[in-house]
Every structure is written in structure tokens, then in C-alpha cells.
Design a protein. Structure first.
Lengths: 491, 409, 305
């Protein structure tokens, strides 16, 4: 249906194919199919895609294997965290991406596996099961739990399934935190450690070979993920995978094609739960402890972001998503890098969005002029308003003479500037033509003002702001995820 | 034609962006940052100089100016940002005061744990890699201490980390690098219980907030009370509960004290208000987490792990200097100041005696340190386990006008 | 008896706040089939807006205008701020995703939620603020219901919520726009073909839902006192639960769900234990969903082939 503002600029081009009545997946992807791969990196990408999946995996795996030699030990620990996230994303991809079930209880299976391992491999009971016995048992029981949850939620569909599984994960955290206070449990049986969790978990131990350094963890994890990818890839191209995709697209049609829908859903849940449980044991061993606070909704959101951002339903997609979601917040911890990102991103966004180049020049020139004007006015009006100190760093020093550095009342002025800058940024997307330039200039200036005066001194806060904004922008620009394919929802 | 060109342009830009990011990322591995703010008033700086100068081993020569970087792990954003923000501000303040007084250029690198275990682990990993960092202050919560400690041990880092707020019994012993500038639950529980027993309590209604801090403390206090023959009614609520009216209604009328060992003082205020609403005229006893401007129920008693530093004459200028720059403070602040200053004093000792500034040496220096005074009004030295020697709890009664007067303890 | 009345009252107050918030969730879901995770942040900003008005007009101890006027202004301020944020959210974060899969707007909502939380931290810093309502309306002022005293503020919340719900129900069933809202939530394409301006209706829905969230925020702060940047997260979760349990897409269902959860929490704490409050309430809700899979007042969804 045409949008009410049906001007030439808003009519969809081939790149944004129409979706809605009478449009199917092929048409939705038509734009991408027709364009093929274009651009600077096209030959490399085309060559990569033409390889058989096995070779592609090999290249990526070898590249990943060199990581510990390229980074310092702490970096390996971060990479381990990313690999754990990737494994979880692969598991969630089975449930959400392939079978289309909105499972909000996924993190509970993760926690279940982690706690199970912690209970059987630590001083808690005490019990020190050998790893090669513990792991298969835990995977089995996690899968069984998945089946149980799926059975219980058979009658509910869609978003009700979501809420049911959400309750399940919330109940899990509560149970684990308050286990020994339950009326029928004796005070002495401290199974889950209560709010303190279970610290001091045994590392994985394969007949004397202990996995207790960063590098060992990393390589073991890498091998496991490669194996998992191979298994999942084969699953995906098998009858089961096709059945799942059929269910995701249209349950009723699938049923009529004699696909056993309920059993397939059970299988999807169980597979996802088993993978999550297994990853839980890895997590417990790596973190050397489990705590109830690790398995909250916030973490579930992280895993979901990785899957959807990367492209639900595509294995390379969720891996890329895990890499981005896992690594980006760590990158953003550094204020200098955040500063680079901010200015770089600003310039790039301007360059991309403002055409023709005359307008771009007008904007940048305007901002510079505006900055000097504000400085002169401020110096004349408030003599002691500009007594703050600028931040260190190449960019800040460059801008020191241009941007207004506030002293008194910095808090209130930057608050107002912040709100105004956001409002301006939003307004820019709405207006057209030279109005855009007019609104853009003060907006950019205010943004830089807020940045140099407050945000650059508060890297932790900026990290959240940037992360949130990036999520919104990335989804708006590419809703199917980085490597996902556009699909049509049949409602 | 035009579309193709646009695609080419946008791809080129994407490529440049990615390259730029990679370049910047490579350049950040030895990244340091100053989070400087305008310098403080001289009164505070003078106070710090005298304290610092008095503590360092005297040298006859001109003191050497050294370089140091301290890392901070705190929950700056996330559910307990009110703790992290104050910890961050006091850490920045401690560094500023030191730089002013000693003429150094100490850098503080802040790290946000978001009160989350996984984030603490990755943050610890990043700090290991940043070879400038000589010592760490934090993390705040005992779970995060466990996570970070595991990473430090696995990475063989020899990093000192002084937690300014983790009170769980036994943690400092577990990790060689861990110390704390606060006493543990093993101190607070029995002293709280003794106070109540002395006041003639017969029944105590105890509510914990299901956090690791709260349950640990409640357990120890309940044990002490029951050993003294006092009846204890235990309840618990989770921290995200907004309404305690239902719980308040269950408080028995013959209760002598309501004990709230909570982390979030503002919740305690709500609880107290709702008690008044329902006519329950029973005094509240709060733990150190309740020592905050957010909790002002008149007639309540709270514990604090430092004498309210407003009551310590030598620390008052420091407090005033802090409040000139930063909007608010609470009980979590001064131990951070003490921790940062202790680390800097240790580094100073090493520096003046010509030793290398390595993490191992810093660890040794802190183990052996003995500061006669500190902002907390007591000497600072650590037991072999890493616990603070001589830490004790102080009790205050909240008056009608919100001020706190020291009592007993 | 007194105890029971007390707990009922507590449950009603809590439930009212949840109900108002849940209605916003339900309305947005009914129209867009979108779970707006950022709804809780709108509620949080509403509470802060009310705080801003309160401080501007002298603070709880010495307001410059009479108390009743102050309250009205606080609610008005909250409504303005919340609606603005809600409408902006819809326009910039959700509208571009209207044609894409159901899951994509979820991530966008999560991004908006992070951004709003961080903005609140930036604007207000991390400390807790309190309305300090006992200074504004003394704790002893109130009415007497049987053997117990009820604080005036609680009466305000309960009565106010009831009024709002009545007005809303009337609006949805009688007015033109209300009918348009119902039409669009039933079948968007058919409504469009019948000449309903769908964009306009969606904006109105977000406006009303967010306004209600703002009101709920101020009410919460009045009764329970503390506001901080993270308060939206938990409240949003409870409201989402209430909306689904009541039957998502149904406004009376959201009201019922909210009240149900509030009462369940109160009675559980009072008669069983506060430790397991969350556990038991969740268990109860699971039971409800298992017995009635589309929620208490939800209509079974017709699946068209």
C-alpha cells in the first residue's frame, strides 16, 4: 500500500522491494538478487561465496585460530567470551531463526547447564564428576528440559509461547537464588549456593589434561564450535531443517504437507536447549563459578541481539552478530576509540546522506562558522562561562579553540543541548531540502558541544548511548540483519 | 548508472570506515585516558598533602615524581549505578587530590562492570592487557570479585585489587591479590546483634533483599541474635519489589526492631514510610548499605563501616572539597578514596626507594603497608588474608532533621 | 479481617499502577503486533517529568501553588513528556520497520530502551530521587475504610486509575478514533481499504499508551516514593506480563491482568511468604496461561488460510 506521502522520493526503488499483499520472498529479495555483489570488495566476496561451505568454514576457523598469537592474554579472554556468545547464538538460531519460535526462556537452559555442572564438579556437594561423564549427562538433561518446556507450552502459540518461556526463565533464577529457603528443602542442603552462587568450579579435565589457561579454553571452544557448525549445517540442509523452515513460514501449510508440527517444535526446542546447556558447562568452567546474576533477562537480550542483528536463520549471520555484539561494547570501553568513532561516524554519515557535494560543503562550512559565532557571542555575554578544561587527545586539542568549553552551569547547558541535539537529529530525517541544512548545522554543533563537555568524560555512559543508538540505526537500515535474507511474514 | 555509482560510493565509504576502525582499534591497545576535572580547592589538597606526606617513608632528598595508572572497576551504569557513580567520583577525586598535593600525573582508567559477572571478567581481561595499570580498585560486588579474581589468577597477573565494598566473608583469602578497605560481615553481624541485645530486644523482624551481600549479613546477624536468645523472624524480598505494604502488614506488633540489611537505601525509606502509614511504630535498624542520604527515617539506627567522615575532623575538608565538585555522596565513597590513596602510597614507597614499579612489587608493598591514618579515621594495614585490620562498624542514630549522631558501637 | 482489608488495599494500589502501564503495552501490540520493550522507559521519564515539575514549583515541603493544582500540573507534565517520547519512538524507530519481520522491531525496541536509560543517566545522574510525598500530603490524611486507615494518596491512585479506565473504555467504544483503533487492530489492511488513516491511528495509539505510562509513573512515584533510571525495566516486565495474562490486544484484559498481578503479589506476601512472592506469582500466571492459552480476556486468534 502506498504511503500517504507518495512523492517521487518516497516511492520504493528496486533496492527496497515492496512487501505486503501479493509479495513473496523471491520478490522481496529481488533487489539483492539482481544487484548481485557490487562494490569494492565484490570480487573477494564472490570468490568466498563460490567456495564450498566446508572451505569457507576452514578459512574462518584458521583465521580464528591465529587470534591468540595476535592479541595479548586479556584479549584471548575476551575472545573466549565472544565464542561463548557465538555458541549460544547458534543454539538460539535453531529455535528462533529456523523454527520461528520466540523462546524467551533460552537463558534458563544456559543457566541449567551451568548450575548442573557447577553442582557436580565442585566442592558444593561435594562431587567431582569426571568431565567426560558430566558433559553428555548434562547435555541430555538440558535437552530433556527443553522437551518438557515445549510440551507444557504446546497449547500456546506465538507471543504466548514467548511469555510462558519468559516466566520459565524468571522462575529459574528465583528458584536458584532461594533454593535452600524452600519449605521442603532442609537448610543444610545448600544445592545452589543461594545468592552467592557456586564459586570454585572444577575446570574441564580430560584424563589429566586440564583446561585451565586462556589459550586452552580458547582452542577447545574453537574446535567445539567448528564441530557444532558442521552438525548444524548438515541439520539445516536435511529434511529436518526444511521442515523447520516450513513451520516457520506457515504452520498450517506445513501441517497439511504432513509435517509433524508438534514433534518438530519439540525437536527444535530440545536442540536449542541442549546446545544452551552445553554452553552453560563451558561458561561455568571458564568463569570458575556460577552466580544467579549471570542468567538474567539482560543476558538473554544480548543473545537475541546477536542473533537478530546478524541475521536470524543464517549460520554465518549469527556468528557475525555474536562477533559484533560481543566485541563492540569492549571496543567502546576506550574513550579515545569512542571519540574516533563518534567523529568518524559523523563525517561518514554526513558524506553518505547529503548530496550533492555542494550541500555537504555548505553543512560543514556552516558548522565551523556557527561554532566560531557561538564562541564570540558566549564570550561577550558570559565572561566566566568558558572556564572548563578540554579533554586530552588529538581531536579534542584540535577543537579546543573552536568548540565552547563550559565551566559554570555545564550540567544544565549540556542537558538542554543534549535534548535539543536529539530532537534536531530526528527532525533532520523528516524535513527536506535546504531546511535539512538549516537544522543540521546547530544540531551537529550541539552534538559536538555535548560530546566535548561531558560525554568524553563519561565513557561508560557513552558506551550505552552509542550501543543503543547503533542497534536502532542498524535495524532501521537493514531489518533482516547483516547477513540475513529478507523474508515476508504471513500474518 | 547513477545507482551503481552510488553503490560504489557507499561501499568505498564503508571500506574506509572499517579501515579507520581497525586502525583506531590497533592504536588503542596502549590507550590511557585522563578523566580530569577542574582542580579542587587548596584546603583539600593541603589536607591530602599532609596525610600523604606523613605516611610515606621519609627521604632526605627531593621526592621523586613517579608515573602511575590505577584502574577502577565499578558498576557505573546498570541497576546499581548510584553505587558506581559515587565510587567513580571519589576515585577521580582521590587521584586529583594526590596529583595536586604530590605533583604527580596519576591517571585513572575507569571500567564499567554494570554489576555483571561476565562484564567484570572481560573488563578484568582488558585491564590485564593494559600494562600501564599498576593496581586496581574494585570490583564492588562479591560476585564480580570472584569473576575478576578468577581471571587474574588464570592470567597470572599479580594484580592488586582492593575492593571498597565487598563484604562477603572469605573472599579476600581466596585471591592473593585481593584486599579490602571495609570490614566484613563477620564484624558487622555480631556488633549489630550485641547492640540490639544491649537495648533489650526480644524479637527482631529481619528482611534481606536476596542479594549476596544482604543474605550473608542477615545470616550472620541472625545467628548471633539467636545465640543470645532473641527471637528472629526472617523474611526476604527481591530488590526489584517496589511496594512493601504487603510485607509491612505482616510485621508482628510485639517486634522490638526491624532489621534491614539492604543495599538500596531508598527502598528502606519506602519501607519506613509504609510502616508509618500502617501505624507500625517500631524502630528500624539498617546496615551499612542504608547509610545514605536516601534514608532519613527519624529514630532509626544505621551502621556504617566508617565513622561518618563528617564526624572525623581531619576528613571534613576532604568531604567538603568533594561536595564542591560532585552532586552527592553516600557510604560507598570514602572507602574508595582510602583504597586509591593506599595504592598510591604503596607506589610512592616503591618509587622513593628506587624499586621498579611492577605489579608484583606493588602487590608486595601493599601487603606490607601500614598507614597510620586515613580518611576513614583509622589506620590501614592488611592481614595476610587481605582483610582490613581494625575495621569496625560505627552506629548512628538519625535525628528529626536528618542529621546523624554517633552512638554506642 | 483487618489484615485482609489491608492486603486488598495494597493489592489494588499496586495493581492499578500495573494496569495503567499494561494498557499501553496492550494497545500497541493490538495495533502493530509489536512488543514495545521500551515502554518501561517512557514510564520512567514520566516519573522524572513529574519530579521536574514538583521541583520547579517549590518542592514537596513548600509548593507555590495549592496541592491539587500541583498534582494536576505534575500529571500534565508527565503526559506531555511521555507522549512526546512515545510518538518519537514510533516515528523513528518503529515506522521504518513496519513491513519487516516481527522480530526486527524487538531489537529496535531494545536499542531504544538502552538509549533512553543511558539518556536518563546522563540527564539526571544515578542517584535516587524521591517525591517525598509525606511532606506534600501528610501520612495521616486519608479516609477510613472499616478498621483501617487509608492514606489519601492511595485513594487518589485507585480512584484515578478507575476513572482513567472508564474514560478510556468509553472512548474506545464510542468515539470515531476509538472505533478506528479497534478496526486497525482487528485487520489493518481492511481498515485501510475502508478509508481509515492508519498512520494517524497508530500515532494516536502510541500517544495514548505513552500518556498512560507517564501517568502511571507519577502515580508510582507518589505512592512509593523513589525514582531512578532503571525503574522502567522491572515495571515494564510486570506490565508486559499483565498485558499478556489478561489477553494481549484487549484493553479490559490489560486492566484485569494488572489488577490480578497486583493482588496476587499482595496476598502471596501477606499470607504465604514474601521470599517466594515472585515465584508463586509467576507460577500462578503460568497456570492461567495453560488453562486459557490466549489470556483471560483474549480472543482466540483466527488463523486465516
Amino acid at each position: 500500500m502506498p504511503d500517504s506521502s507518495d512523492t517521487p522520493e518516497s516511492r520504493p526503488t528496486v533496492e527496497e522491494a515492496p512487501t505486503g499483499i501479493g509479495v513473496d520472498e523471491w520478490v522481496a529479495q529481488a533487489g539483492e538478487l539482481r544487484e548481485g555483489h557490487r562494490g569494492l570488495t565484490a570480487p573477494a566476496r564472490r570468490a568466498f561465496d563460490s567456495l564450498r561451505p566446508g572451505w569457507r568454514l576452514a578459512i574462518v576457523a584458521v583465521a580464528a585460530a591465529t587470534v591468540p598469537y595476535l592479541v595479548k592474554p586479556g584479549g584471548v579472554r575476551i575472545a573466549i567470551g565472544i565464542l561463548i556468545l557465538a555458541m549460544l547464538a547458534l543454539g538460539l538460531n535453531v529455535v528462533v531463526g529456523w523454527a520461528g519460535l520466540l523462546d524467551l526462556g533460552f537463558v534458563a537452559f544456559f543457566g541449567f547447564g551451568a548450575y548442573f555442572y557447577a553442582i557436580v564438579a565442585s566442592e558444593q556437594l561435594p562431587a567431582h564428576w569426571p568431565t567426560w561423564i558430566a558433559l553428555p549427562i548434562i547435555v541430555f538433561f538440558s535437552g530433556a528440559l527443553g522437551v518438557l518446556v515445549s510440551l507444557a507450552s504446546r497449547r500456546v502459540a506465538g507471543d504466548y509461547l514467548a511469555i510462558l518461556t519468559l516466566f520459565f526463565s524468571l522462575i529459574f533464577v528465583e528458584l536458584v537464588r532461594n533454593f535452600q529457603r524452600l519449605p521442603f528443602v532442609s537448610e543444610d542442603l545448600n544445592l545452589t549456593g543461594g545468592p552467592n552462587g557456586i564459586p570454585g568450579v572444577d575446570p574441564w579435565d580430560f584424563f589429566g589434561f586440564k583446561i585451565n589457561t586462556f589459550n586452552r579454553h580458547y582452542y577447545v571452544l574453537l574446535v567445539l564450535i567448528v564441530l557444532l557448525i558442521i552438525v548444524l549445517h548438515n541439520l539445516s540442509s536435511s529434511r529436518t531443517g526444511r521442515a523447520w523452515r516450513a513451520i516457520r513460514d506457515d504452520v498450517l501449510a506445513a501441517e497439511h504437507m504432513t509435517i509433524p508440527v508438534n514433534n518438530m517444535m519439540l525437536l527444535a526446542f530440545a536442540t536449542g536447549a541442549a546446545i544452551a546447556g552445553f554452553t552453560g558447562t563451558v561458561f561455568a568452567a571458564v568463569t570458575v563459578g556460577v552466580f544467579p546474576t549471570s542468567f538474567t533477562l539482560a543476558f538473554l537480550i544480548t543473545v537475541y541481539s546477536a542473533v537478530i542483528l546478524g541475521g536470524a536463520g543464517s549460520i554465518p549471520g549469527v556468528l557475525l552478530g555474536a562477533l559484533v555484539i560481543g566485541y563492540l561494547p569492549e571496543l567502546l570501553r576506550s574513550p579515545r576509540l569512542a571519540g574516533w568513532l563518534f567523529y568518524f561516524g559523523l563525517l561518514v554519515a554526513l558524506a553518505l546522506l547529503i548530496r550533492p557535494w555542494q550541500r555537504l560543503v555548505a553543512v560543514i562550512g556552516g558548522v565551523v562558522a556557527f561554532g566560531y559565532a557561538v564562541r564570540i557571542v558566549a564570550a561577550a555575554v558570559w565572561s566566566d562561562a568558558t572556564t572548563g578544561t578540554a579533554a586530552e587527545g588529538f581531536i579534542s586539542e584540535l577543537l579546543d579553540g573552536w568548540v565552547l568549553i563550559l565551566g559554570e552551569n555545564a550540567q544544565i547547558i549540556t542537558n538542554i543541548a543534549f535534548v535539543a541535539a536529539i530532537a534536531g537529529a530526528l527532525a533532520v530525517t523528516v524535513v527536506k531540502g535546504w531546511w535539512q541544512v538549516a537544522v543540521l548545522i546547530p544540531t551537529i554543533y550541539l552534538g559536538v558541544l555535548v560530546w566535548e563537555n561531558r560525554l568524553v568524560f563519561q565513557p561508560s555512559l557513552t558506551r550505552q548511548l552509542v550501543f543503543g543508538a547503533l542497534l536502532v540505526i542498524m535495524m532501521a537500515v537493514r531489518p533482516q540483519g547483516l547477513l540475513g535474507k529478507r523474508r515476508v511474514e504471513i500474518t | 548508472m547513477k545507482k551503481g555509482k552510488r553503490k560504489l560510493q557507499s561501499n568505498a565509504v564503508m571500506l574506509i570506515m572499517v579501515l579507520g576502525l581497525v586502525a583506531a582499534a590497533c592504536g588503542t591497545s596502549d590507550d590511557t585516558t585522563t578523566t580530569t576535572v577542574a582542580p579542587t580547592t587548596t584546603a583539600a589538597a593541603a589536607a591530602a598533602t599532609t596525610t600523604a606526606a606523613a605516611e610515606t617513608t621519609t627521604t632526605e632528598m627531593v621526592p621523586v615524581v613517579c608515573e602511575a595508572t590505577i584502574g577502577l572497576m565499578a558498576p557505573i551504569t546498570g541497576p546499581v549505578a548510584f553505587i558506581g557513580e559515587v565510587q567513580l567520583n571519589w576515585a577521580k577525586y582521590a587521584v586529583d587530590v594526590w596529583n595536586e598535593g604530590m605533583g604527580w600525573d596519576v591517571k585513572l582508567i575507569e571500567g564499567d562492570t554494570m554489576f555483571d559477572v561476565a562484564q567484570s571478567a572481560t573488563l578484568a581481561a582488558q585491564f590485564i592487557d593494559n600494562t600501564d595499570i599498576l593496581a586496581i580498585v574494585g570490583p564492588a560486588g562479591s560476585d564480580q570479585v570472584d569473576a575478576a579474581g578468577a581471571v587474574f589468577e588464570a592470567g597470572d597477573a599479580n594484580l592488586t585489587f582492593i575492593s571498597p565494598s565487598s563484604t562477603r566473608i572469605g573472599i579476600a583469602e581466596k585471591y592473593a591479590g585481593m584486599f579490602r578497605t571495609v570490614p566484613t560481615d563477620a564484624d558487622q553481624g555480631p556488633s549489630t546483634s550485641a547492640f540490639m541485645v544491649d537495648a533489650g530486644a526480644s524479637k527482631v523482624f529481619m528482611v534481606d533483599d536476596q542479594s549476596s551481600y544482604s543474605t550473608g549479613l542477615a545470616d550472620v546477624t541472625a545467628d548471633s541474635l539467636e545465640a543470645a536468645g532473641v527471637e528472629v523472624v526472617r523474611e526476604s524480598v527481591s530488590q526489584d519489589v517496589t511496594d512493601f505494604s504487603a510485607l509491612v502488614a505482616t510485621i508482628p506488633d510485639d517486634t522490638s526492631w526491624v532489621y534491614l540489611p539492604w543495599q538500596v537505601a531508598a527502598n528502606g525509606q519506602i519501607f519506613g514510610n509504609q510502616m508509618a502509614e500502617q501505624g507500625k511504630d517500631i524502630p528500624i535498624f539498617g546496615s551499612d548499605g542504608m547509610e545514605s542520604e536516601d534514608f532519613t527515617i527519624a529514630g532509626s539506627i544505621i551502621a556504617a563501616f566508617a565513622g561518618d567522615i563528617a564526624g572525623i575532623p581531619d576528613s571534613v575538608p576532604l568531604l567538603e572539597g568533594f561536595l564542591e565538585q560532585y552532586p552527592e555522596t553516600n557510604t560507598f565513597g570514602p572507602p574508595v578514596f582510602a583504597a586509591v590513596t593506599t595504592e598510591l602510597v604503596a607506589i610512592d614507597v616503591l618509587c622513593q626507594s628506587g624499586n621498579d614499579l611492577t605489579r608484583e612489587n606493588v602487590l608486595g608493598a601493599i601487603q606490607a603497608i601500614n598507614r597510620p591514618t586515613s580518611i576513614l579515621g583509622q589506620a590501614i594495614s592488611f592481614a595476610p588474608s587481605g582483610d582490613l585490620i581494625g575495621g569496625r562498624f560505627f552506629f548512628f542514630e538519625i535525628q528529626e532533621d536528618g542529621t546523624k549522631t554517633a552512638i554506642g558501637g | 479481617m483487618e489484615f485482609f482489608l489491608q492486603q486488598t488495599l495494597n493489592g489494588l494500589t499496586l495493581g492499578s499502577v500495573y494496569a495503567l502501564l499494561a494498557i499501553g503495552y496492550s494497545m500497541v501490540y493490538g495495533i502493530l503486533k509489536l512488543l514495545n520493550f521500551a515502554h518501561g522507559e517512557v514510564y520512567m521519564f514520566g516519573a522524572f517529568a513529574g519530579y521536574g515539575v514538583l521541583t520547579l514549583l517549590g518542592g514537596p515541603a513548600s509548593p507555590v501553588v495549592p496541592v491539587w493544582l500541583l498534582l494536576i500540573l505534575m500529571f500534565a507534565g508527565a503526559v506531555v513528556v511521555s507522549s512526546a517520547i512515545g510518538v518519537a519512538m514510533e516515528r523513528f524507530a518503529y515506522r521504518p520497520l513496519r513491513q519487516s519481520s516481527r522480530i526486527a522491531p524487538l531489537i529496535s525496541a531494545i536499542g531504544v530502551s538502552f538509549f533512553l536509560q543511558a539518556s536518563a543517566l546522563f540527564l539526571f545522574t544515578a542517584g535516587f530521587r524521591t517525591y517525598d510525598t509525606p511532606k506534600l500530603i501528610d501520612i495521616s490524611t486519608g479516609i477510613t475504610v472499616g478498621p483501617i486507615r487509608v492514606w489519601l494518596v492511595r485513594v487518589l491512585v485507585i480512584v484515578g486509575t478507575a476513572v482513567v479506565m472508564v474514560v478510556l473504555t468509553l472512548w474506545v467504544s464510542r468515539s470515531r478514533t476509538g472505533k478506528a483503533v479497534r478496526a486497525v487492530s482487528f485487520d489493518r489492511e481492511a481498515a485501510e481499504m475502508m478509508g481509515v488513516n492508519v498512520n494517524h491511528v497508530i500515532v494516536v495509539t502510541f500517544l495514548i499508551g505513552s500518556a498512560l505510562a507517564g501517568i502511571s509513573g507519577v502515580m508510582t512515584a507518589l505512592v512509593f516514593g523513589r525514582i531512578f533510571h532503571f525503574m522502567g525495566f522491572i515495571a515494564g516486565l510486570k506490565a508486559f506480563t499483565a498485558a499478556v495474562v489478561g489477553g494481549i490486544g484487549s484493553i479490559p484484559g490489560a486492566m484485569l491482568g494488572g489488577l490480578l498481578i497486583g493482588m496476587a503479589e499482595s496476598y502471596t506476601t501477606g499470607y504465604i511468604s514474601s521470599t517466594f512472592q515472585n515465584l508463586i506469582v509467576f507460577g500462578l500466571l503460568i497456570l492461567v496461561l495453560l488453562i486459557k492459552p490466549t489470556g483471560l480476556l483474549g480472543k482466540p486468534q483466527l488463523v486465516k488460510v
